[in-house]
Design a protein around this ligand. Structure first.
Ligand SMILES: [Zn+2]
Length: 93
């Protein structure tokens, strides 16, 4: 399982951790203090699923006030965009 990471989102430090026992693909939790900001990712998912999940949870972290359906839609759109651009670039090389 990958080691936990510390990343910065919107100027705050977040911990990114992995779990092999999650039903959800990911969870974003923002507590009252900065130490309790965490993104937890299910370890068993494909790279494509992980990209969507990571964007989804990062968008939650950046836009806490935005509703779930909008976050889900935007994350999936961004993941598709990124995968498509990399796919096209790979074919040119
Ligand atoms: Zn969500």
């Amino acid at each position: 399982m990958p080691r936990p990471l510390r990343v910065r989102l919107d100027g705050a430090e977040w911990r990114v951790t992995w779990s092999g026992r999650m039903q959800d693909y990911g969870i974003c939790a923002r507590g009252a203090n900065r130490e309790s900001r965490i993104i937890r990712l299910r370890s068993r998912q494909t790279d494509d699923e992980l990209l969507d999940t990571l964007l989804h949870e990062a968008l939650h972290a950046l836009h806490w006030e935005v509703e779930e359906a909008v976050i889900a839609e935007r994350a999936t759109e961004l993941a598709a965009l990124i995968l498509r651009v990399f796919e096209v670039r790979r074919k040119v090389r």
